[in-house]
Write a protein that binds this ligand. Sequence first.
Ligand SMILES: C[S@@+](CC[C@H](N)C(=O)[O-])C[C@H]1O[C@@H](n2cnc3c(N)ncnc32)[C@H](O)[C@@H]1O
Length: 467
Amino acid sequence: MRDAPPSRQPPPRGSARRDARRPETPPRRPAEDGIPPAAVGRRRASGGTAAAGGIATAPATAPAAGVGPRESPPPAGAAAPSRGSPAPPSTPATPRGCGATGIELAFEGKRPLADIEAGRRLVPPVDVDWGRPCLIYGENFRVLAALLNSGMEGRVDLVYIDPPFNTSRHFTAGPSRASTVSRSADGDVAYTDRMDFPGYLEFIRERVVLLRDLLSRRGSLYLHIDCKVGHYVKVILDEVFGPENFRNDISRIKSNPKNFGRKAYGNRKDIVLFYAKRRGSNIFNDVTACLGDGEMKRMFRRTDVRGRRYNTVPAHAPGETAAGRTGGGWRGMLPPEGRHWRTDPAELERLDGEGRIEWSRNGVPRIINYADEHKGKKIQDIWDCQDPQYPRYPTEKSLELLDLIVRQSSDAGSVVLDCFAGSGTTLVSAGRLDRRWIGVDNSPVAIESIRKRLGAAGYAFHDLSRL
Ligand SMILES: C[S@@+](CC[C@H](N)C(=O)[O-])C[C@H]1O[C@@H](n2cnc3c(N)ncnc32)[C@H](O)[C@@H]1O
């Protein structure tokens, strides 16, 4: 059975502010933002603390506490001022933006920023037309440095990276994608994910420093990582981007529930850390999610005489407006104590004229919203997008996940960069959404997989492995 159509019982027009009366709706508290503040540790009172694994926290002003001579080899691809020479004496890094928390992560082999920047300047520029999508075979520190030295500084709107997670594993890919992508020793090794932990952190940090410089003022970085190393990487990103530019720590549901034997909860999620180059200036297209059928029915419970599903919301919203028309009178009423009209009284008048205000028997106005005009719901920070069941490449990510990121944080014509491209999921997404893209990987297996996936046309291929 259908509900009765929205009733309209407008009170008599009239209404000076002086004789305005208030409808009898009790004030409500404003809704709260569901996103918790970034979890950031506190600065230690007495300098840095050495810890197992060569990791420590240190005040931002102190030199990298506890860092002795490098014990681990320089991370693969890390650019030293001159190759083969010992690392320069450790001077305090000047982390970007760590001032707000006063925290920086200290670990063995952490290079001063000036050294990273000097190292990147040693890489020669390359003659590449960045106006076309580009697939690059090469080591990504050097390729990113070459990009910076070849006019791409500040030109990239979106970076998505899914680096190795320091799992101590070999990732292999066999000839048939359906059955033989595995983490065993069989098949061709696509890439090896084995570094000492401080070396791994520095590997990520050095690349993130360059990626930040490649980003435009409207740019964003999304870094995909797991829960074992993600919290260290978050501190590094805060240093490089500034904690004020942290936007979200997105929990990505990656698998169905697991029944572990170990004494812990099942791990179903990994993390995507989202930073803006400059908070507030970042492209954010307010992509929304569609309501499911059940949600639609729950949210829009009533149906009008034409069969349109609808719901209503009070014509007023929490919060008082001291000066301004939404605090004033409409049809002889003021908004209830502690509230203001949702929209200008002239707009309420227009809505009423269109039959989009429902009046209760005692004259309380509510605005009618139709389900078929609903713009979708705000996307929250828990995403359920699982990776393909039969990946063509180990650790291949969900195309749905990449589509959301690309649509949300870039525009048509933007440059989208993934320098851990793997099977090219980011590049596929960027291409089909009319973005320009740059993909980099140093694994021949990855490059082959991308070329199979994209075909040979529509992009330039560059072998920069000898850069
Ligand atoms: C986790 S996979 C990325 C998977 C990708 N997101 C996908 O959807 O297929 C990480 C990739 O980073 C590449 N990689 C690791 N270190 C690299 C480096 N220094 N330079 C370039 N690529 C690197 C590996 O070869 C591997 O293909």
